[in-house]
Design a protein around this ligand. Structure first.
Ligand code: PGA
Length: 255
């Protein structure tokens, strides 16, 4: 089975409505898929740009919309929060859950993240579930245990059917926004480990069908060799997704 290839652009807290509109137009103008799409291109703007981005990409095959977060409760007195159903209503296809910035700055725990995963799936969206170790864990050689536990706690409560709607994004914290990238070997090793972990839980077929993205200072200059690793199915791109030319080059590197 051929698993899905994907390049997702996580804008984080960047681009106002007008700037976001410009960026999406510039990406679409690059005509990435003149024939059939070979990669899912996912755009994850801030909440404020979701509706407009949905409108812009709706007639473009191969393009999908993601939100960067959702609240785990269905509704209620949670000032400032956005529910999964609200995102679905804006045309969102994927929700990024468990990004290290959410875990660190907003103290999102494994338990909360598992509830967010449920909330997104219950509203018929797919999940891009992020994991990744801090530098001290890697230096101590504990990266596999650390990442394995994040995945167990975040998504292994799902049934096999539910898990089919999960994409995993491995993002070593020491590589996010730092200019340091995991070497191709480090990325491949971790992706293979994650796939073996999925195989233990759900079986080999499910593991082979799961898309696993790499994230952390991925850019046009290193995308091609990272994506050539057999277990790296694409990328979750932060900084470089804010530039249409760079982002399009990364997508082309995955085609
Ligand atoms: P970066 O961010 O590409 O800027 O390192 C990746 C991410 O945090 O998703």
């Amino acid at each position: 089975m051929q698993r899905k290839k994907m390049v997702a652009g996580n804008w984080k807290m960047n681009k106002n409505l007008y700037e976001g509109k410009q960026l999406v137009s510039e990406i679409l103008e690059r005509g990435l898929f003149e024939e059939d799409p070979t990669v899912e291109v996912v755009i994850a703007p801030p909440f404020t740009s979701l509706e407009l981005t949905a409108e812009q990409i709706k007639d473009h095959k191969g393009f999908y919309l993601a939100a960067q977060n959702c609240h785990h409760e269905a509704s209620g007195a949670f000032t400032g929060e956005v529910s999964a159903a609200m995102l679905k209503g804006c045309g969102v296809d994927y929700v990024i859950i468990g990004h290290s910035e959410r875990r660190q700055y907003f103290r999102e725990t494994d338990e909360m993240l598992a509830s967010k995963v449920n909330a997104a799936l219950n509203c018929h969206m797919k999940v891009i579930f992020c994991c990744g170790e801090p530098l001290d864990m890697r230096e101590a050689g504990n990266q596999n245990d650390f990442v394995g536990t994040q995945i167990e706690r975040g998504v292994f409560h799902l049934s096999e059917k539910e898990f089919a709607d999960v994409v995993i994004a491995y993002e070593p914290i020491w590589a996010i926004g730092t200019g340091l990238t995991a070497s191709d070997e480090q990325a491949q090793e971790m992706h293979a480990f994650i796939r073996s972990k999925i195989a233990e839980k759900y079986g080999q077929d499910v593991a082979e069908a799961t898309t696993i993205l790499y994230g952390g200072s991925c850019k046009p200059s290193n995308a091609k060799s990272l994506f050539a690793c057999p277990d790296v199915d694409g990328g979750l791109i932060g900084g470089a997704s804010l530039d249409a030319k760079d982002f399009a080059e990364i997508v082309k590197a995955r085609m």
